[in-house]
Design a binder for this molecule. Sequence first.
Ligand SMILES: *Cc1c(COP(=O)(O)O)cnc(C)c1O
Length: 648
Amino acid sequence: MQNHLSSSLENELDLSTEWSAEHSARLYGVRDWGSDYFDVSAEGNAVVSLQFGEKTIQVPIIDIVNGMKERGLDMPAVLRIENLLDQRITQLNEAFAKAINEAGYNNHYRGVFPIKVNQQCHVIEEIADYGSRYHHGLEAGSKAELIIALTQLKDPESLIICNGYKDEEFIELGLYARQMGINCFFVLETAMELDIILERSRALGIDPLIGVRIRLASMVEGHWNEDSGDRSIFGLSTNALLGVIEKLKQADMLHCLQLLHSHLGSQIPNIRNIRSGVMEACRFYAGLIEEGAPMGYIDIGGGLAVDYEGARSNSTHSMNYGLDEYCYSIVETLQESLEPLGIAHPVIISESGRALVAYSSMLLFNILETREHKPGPLPDSAPDGSHDLIVNLFSVLDYVNVDNLQECYNDALYYRDEIRELFHHGQASLRERALAENVTLAVLEKISNLLPQVRRVSQELEALPELMSDIYYGNFSLFQSLPDIWAIDQLFPIMPIHRLNEAPVRDGVLADMTCDCDGKIDNFISPSGVTKTLPLHPLKEGEEYYISVFLVGAYQETLGDLHNLFGDTNVVSVHVNEDGSFDFRREFHGDSIADVLSYVEYDPKLIQEQFRRIAEQAVRDGKISVPMRQQMLRAFRESMNGYTFFER
Ligand SMILES: *Cc1c(COP(=O)(O)O)cnc(C)c1O
């Protein structure tokens, strides 16, 4: 439908002037959520914005997309900007260094990246590489992740923090790492693990580095609040912690207990929760020192949020603090809590995942078609001899105005439903029903267009713009590429990457390629809050229309699934140079159809043979010729090797 730009933005945008890229920048809120990494250029393109010293380099994303096309990397695709990974690591480490320096804190910061947030090999390689100058380490929550950590980290000063359930194999691997001089900590999630650790370390004669994960009573807001509090499934209760201390004392191993770990949950929107969590952790830290453990490290887990909404608020997908404030809060709280007790400042560890990688990736896709929900051509008035109900509908269409929206809405639906009822009983024809529905749609469209001029509207009228909105069919799978939208109603910033100097005069929701009613996006961020539709441009004949979902670098790539057998997308990793040029550092072709079939245990060779037999039988039955058979087999083979998404 025609959209209501004026309603949400009339205060912020001067709509009397012609639409410009500046209007789009504000409409899509790019400077609110983009954290200076994204912007809109005067030419109307979404750009990646990078700082090289004093110089700002802007690269239009559409240029990268064109480069991908030339290289045979079709949509949909994940685009990673390596520089953004680098910048995030730098900013996090520098922010902690600055806070530590200014507060006169007597120890340093060591970050570890939780591998589960993005396990892709090139992401981990880049983090290990860019992070080495800050001794940024890795957090492993499983054996497989420990193997990644052991082999990817090159810097001996970096830490490896092992969380999660650990069996004998896991523990032996970690002990061998320790023996080789790697700073590998076992964090106890349960008291049971300690027995295996003590037994294995005695058998191998290697002293472990031990941490304890405690269960804080401090609760946090946001989606992940269950990681904290008494019912959290992770961490030791205070009582279990005492059991661990006792056991370590008995084994004469208390000197191995050096780290306290607490993780309050991911995406913590409110800084107050972080402060109170750290304060409580400090009490535990002091308690452990009192018990005679040497300690030295405090690990505050993840939780540093990303402002997906750009709202700077404490709502679930936002955050009411910045990176600097986060670091200051932690450093100050540690200092204020421990100094009065005469406890030496511990090394500060944090396990930021989301905040480190979310910015670096975006999901790009093209729009295949749109479906407009609008009335077809209508006669000026009810044709002669029309049913009374249809005549009435036409008069509603005539007199609808800002003062009678609700009344007209009620009337139109009433008359339409009456006609449907008559149709049901064979008393109205197909044509009469079609006309009634068409006029009703025209009434609804008129009402919807008048809504912005009305101060208070009922709930049903408020829902009208969404009901009347267009559907834009995108070449992607929500389940494969944006699982958190489906699973936890995550909000991501979404906007077209070009044509931003044209007014986006349509309102739409996005539907994906799966034939699943959940495969759609109908919650969007906007400067006036969350909206049900996104302002978009009408498609142009013979021209692609590209949309980007931003900030998808965290958690989206491996949580996705093979719903409808749409596989992994193409992935491109780009490095931007100081002169504004960019290099395609890595490219990965997404799954072929043969790949995804084999994931669900089909044998692609066997399938080919089965198709050959069907075709051969058709030749024998005289249904197709032999050359036709050859052509079909070739097409089949090409399909098997092709992309699972829509190919132009
Ligand atoms: C998931 C997880 C993290 C990462 O949290 P973010 O909010 O993404 O930074 C850190 N530590 C532990 C123990 C986790 O389970």
